[in-house]
Design a protein around this ligand. Structure first.
Ligand code: SF4
Length: 263
């Protein structure tokens, strides 16, 4: 294995091909957590259509409380990027679960220092239990050495975002994230629950209106990411984020609009 890792040879294109092959097959299976048969058997079956119809009638608070009636807390995976809108979802879960729900943060190694400081601030304020997920060191170094975000951003996101999450997602039945309909065309077409790659995805604030969001922020005196005040509508990695409204500043000038976690 180490020999393979150290043995990437040839020009850049060849190296990318080799890394792609490794990330597609060999390495993920070595590190990916596969739930045991017992754990799978313990999981409650669900009907997505029934879940969507039932939860669509509920308020956001009610949806979050209902989630823990339908699924065990140990089966719920909550992720946050600690970006522009993150305080809202984190505050909701901290308030309604008494901070019992763990929060997973995908640390790409390319975040703004302001994001890491904001993460620490919200962690203290909401008494969060945050777990960092990172790419394997050698793979992250490869993306760094070759400025992969300019040459092959999909591969860069795969290495630094989707693989670290894929490695643990098998432990969970439901993955909660804070996607909102108004963020982009893809998200506009989503429902509260969908099944993707063997995990049930749940978006409790998907249909929140800008007015409802602003009212919640005002009522609970939520703190924004500091870069929001400098004109960043959406905040990701330093290499792929510029100022702009909504998500227009993400992968600016490229066709790419999603990192791969949510498609
Ligand atoms: S957003 Fe950019 S820097 Fe971050 S992982 Fe994706 S391609 Fe790499």
């Amino acid at each position: 294995m180490q020999a393979i890792r150290n043995g990437i040879k040839g020009d850049f294109a060849e190296k990318v091909n080799q890394l792609n092959e490794l990330t597609a097959s060999f390495v993920p299976q070595a590190i990916k957590i596969t739930p045991s048969a017992e754990k799978k058997a313990e999981r409650k079956p669900y009907d997505i259509e029934e879940l969507n119809e039932r939860y669509e009638k509920l308020t956001i608070d009610e949806r979050i409380l209902e989630l823990y009636k339908d699924f065990g807390p140990e089966d719920v995976l909550l992720t946050s990027s600690f970006a522009g809108n993150s305080a809202l979802l984190l505050h909701l879960f901290a308030r309604l679960t008494g901070s019992k729900q763990k929060v997973h943060f995908i640390d790409t190694g390319y975040h703004f220092p302001e994001t890491l400081a904001y993460k620490e601030k919200l962690t203290q304020m909401y008494n969060l239990n945050v777990i960092d997920l990172k790419a394997e060191v050698w793979k992250h170094r490869f993306t760094s050495e070759y400025n992969m975000w300019t040459k092959d951003p999909d591969l860069c996101c795969k290495v630094n975002k989707t693989e670290p999450l894929d490695a643990i997602s098998g432990n969970y039945q439901v993955w909660v994230s804070g996607l909102i309909h108004t963020q982009n065309e893809h998200r506009k077409g989503l429902r509260l629950f969908e099944e993707k790659n063997g995990i049930l995805k749940f978006y409790p604030i998907l249909d929140i209106t800008p007015e409802e969001r602003d009212m919640y922020i005002l009522t609970h005196d939520l703190h924004f990411h500091p870069l929001v005040f400098e004109g960043y509508g959406s905040i990701g990695c330093t290499h792929c984020t510029v100022k702009g409204t909504g998500r227009e500043g993400r992968w600016f000038g490229q066709a790419k609009t999603e990192c791969g976690l949510h498609i």
